[in-house]
Design a protein. Structure first.
Length: 441
């Protein structure tokens, strides 16, 4: 297995680095946590080491040190396509190496060989009521496959601890291979009268997904999905969904249990669900003015949103202090292929208006757009108009990052996470004692 060989070549080096840091510098203080940070969701407090991806405040997300623009340029692409193979993205994230075309195709072929979805998964999806959330369906489908976990079986058969990661990798390849068909099945059940389309193993990962949701005759949509999955594949390991998947995995829960938990975090409106709320806000703006609005109309609409105590969806970011390079990549895609699309034009008027208005409030650290600002606009252009499905597309993509972090956590022998909780009374006592000591100095 190409990824197992690649990780095996690196794992002893990474273990040595981690062990040395722990042994020689274990008392090194990274940050002092304040009371306000504790009560604000430990925002900005370092709690993880994330070598797979890192959010550079000034450059955006980096995958294994490479910026989005570098990745788009360096990863292998199929002839007559404009965006990299998803197999290449996964090789970079999991294998810590820019792949050749041969290695990217090896991952794609590995997925094809593992892509058969057990029938019980479809029966579980079918058991949901018509008004069920697509993310609930997706999470339950992933969760159900825990019964197939090779790691779980190996653990109960006394698998050696140093080999946990190999079984986790095996499960990860199965999970990521099956995910496109599961996501497509949900789409077809909810929005295409249950007209299911089987996989086409002659196609690459992203193009096969496009085929299975009825977009197989549009090579441009396949390119969009290559770009979309690349842009959403990972985002450090401390956001709600990624950290949830890692946290559950730290208890040695299998990859299916862990990733299902991560999806449940992604489904929240303050996290992955935000991408559908962005487009719904944009659609309401467009409908309010019965067409592409002027800058004055957008100014009025933004002010109304702010006056209601709401945020402007798709603008701002917890870490970034620049325009999200993922937004820029999506903007370039739209400008090249459908610059006259009215929803895209509406999004661009917002882009020309919102940052200055947000700066003027004096309350916003980052007034720039993030990737959510255009996700729905691009999907809508190709007829994927059901905004409540956009988070499933996000989850399909983020499954790559979830699995990479979990495999490497097992490879490096990371322990179960168990932070300490304090009481409010204890905090008050600690502060009072500190003040008392300062008064006696």
């Amino acid at each position: 297995m190409i990824l197992e060989d690649r990780i095996q070549a690196d794992v002893s080096t990474w273990r040595e680095r981690v062990n040395r840091l722990t042994k020689e510098h274990g008392d090194f203080v990274i940050s002092n946590v304040t009371v306000s940070q504790i009560f604000s969701g430990i925002r900005g407090v370092p709690i993880q080491v994330s070598d797979i991806s890192y959010v550079d405040p000034e450059k955006g997300i980096r995958y294994r040190g490479y910026t989005i623009n570098e990745i788009l340029s360096l990863l292998p692409k199929l002839p007559d396509t404009n965006y990299p193979l998803v197999g290449g993205v996964y090789h970079l994230l999991m294998g810590n190496e820019l792949p050749t075309m041969e290695k990217a195709l090896a991952i794609e072929n590995e997925w094809k060989n593992r892509s058969e979805v057990p029938d019980y998964v479809f029966r579980i999806i079918d058991s949901f009521p018509e008004n069920a959330s697509t993310m609930a369906m997706y999470s339950a489908a992933i969760l159900s496959m825990s019964s197939d976990s090779k790691f779980s079986k190996g653990y109960h058969d006394s698998l050696r601890k140093e080999d946990y990661w190999k079984a986790m990798l095996d499960d990860s390849l199965d999970l990521t291979a099956r995910s496109p068909q599961i996501a497509a099945y949900i789409y077809n059940k909810k929005y295409r009268n249950n007209e299911q389309i089987g996989p086409n193993k002659s196609l690459d990962y992203a193009a096969n997904f496009a085929h299975m949701i009825g977009k197989g005759d549009d090579p441009l949509y396949a390119d969009l999905m290559r770009l979309f999955i690349l842009l959403h594949a990972d985002h450090e390991n401390a956001n709600v969904s990624a950290h949830t998947a890692h946290l559950v995995g730290s208890a040695l829960s299998d990859i299916y249990l862990s990733c299902s938990a991560g999806l449940n975090g992604l489904a929240g409106p303050l996290h992955g669900l935000a991408n559908q709320e962005c487009f719904n806000w944009l659609l309401d703006l467009y409908n309010t003015y019965q067409g592409v609005p002027t800058k004055q109309q957008v100014t009025e609409y933004i002010q109304k949103t702010l006056d209601e105590g709401k945020v402007i969806p798709g603008y701002g970011h917890a870490v970034l202090r620049c325009i999200d390079p993922r937004f820029e990549a999506e903007r370039q895609f739209a400008e090249k292929y459908f610059p006259d699309d009215e929803y895209f034009r509406t999004a661009m008027v917002v882009f020309e208006t919102a940052p200055d208005m947000l700066k003027a409030t004096g309350k916003v650290k980052n007034p720039w757009p993030n990737v959510d600002a255009l996700n729905g606009t691009l999907q809508y252009h190709f007829g994927v108009t059901q905004s409540d499905y956009y988070t499933v597309l996000f989850g399909l993509s983020r499954m790559l990052g979830f699995t990479c972090h979990i495999v490497w956590a097992r490879a490096l022998g990371k322990p179960i996470e168990r932070p300490k909780a304090l009481t409010t009374r204890l905090l008050e006592s600690m502060i009072a004692e500190e003040k008392k000591q300062e008064a006696t100095k």
